[in-house]
Design a protein around this ligand. Sequence first.
Ligand SMILES: CC(C)(COP(=O)(O)OP(=O)(O)OC[C@H]1O[C@@H](n2cnc3c(N)ncnc32)[C@H](O)[C@@H]1OP(=O)(O)O)[C@@H](O)C(=O)NCCC(=O)NCCS
Length: 174
Amino acid sequence: MAALLSCRLATDEDLEKAKEVADVANEAFLAEGWASARHFKRSERFLATDIENYITSDKHGIYMVLNEAQEVVGTLMVEFRDGGKVYMGILTTKPGWQSMGVGNMLMHKAISDTKALGYKTAEIAVVENRDQLFAWYNRLGFFETGHEQVIFGECFHNNRVRILTMEKQLTETA
Ligand SMILES: CC(C)(COP(=O)(O)OP(=O)(O)OC[C@H]1O[C@@H](n2cnc3c(N)ncnc32)[C@H](O)[C@@H]1OP(=O)(O)O)[C@@H](O)C(=O)NCCC(=O)NCCS
């Protein structure tokens, strides 16, 4: 399956794909699946304009996995922060394409690219009690920092979630 997929950073020429990227993210967060977010999310609200802003911003990037038909089947946002740190978020695989290596393609590409750019640390934020997801991030070399925060919002069941920070040292192999 992976041979039919490609992964790359979106450029200004991909702005027309912004809605498709937003739709993938919104659908993925509310879908069933091995790493479903349905138990804590009741709505998602990425807009095409959010994705356009990430694509055109010097401080952000949007990775896309495209299938043979050049449809977006996965996405990941990177945010270039001060102090050699890059934050990775909006990691999503389109429902129907999960468990086929799309998430791995996105993470490996973003890790490899940001490491090559000289970034020292990659950070992700993960909602508590998502054991299989934590296990995968551990295998990718991400570990909990001990930092956690409670985020409030109507998009969450109970209007709140507890989020744990994980980091990977990009100076290490794997
Ligand atoms: C999280 C998500 C992006 C994973 O994407 P994916 O394309 O299904 O992931 P992959 O197929 O590349 O698999 C990634 C890892 O999970 C493992 N995995 C895949 N399916 C699995 C399953 N059913 N059970 C347990 N692990 C599984 C894979 O083996 C792989 O690990 P490995 O490389 O160490 O073997 C996707 O499930 C998703 O969009 N979830 C909803 C949004 C979300 O919660 N995003 C994360 C925010 S922190």
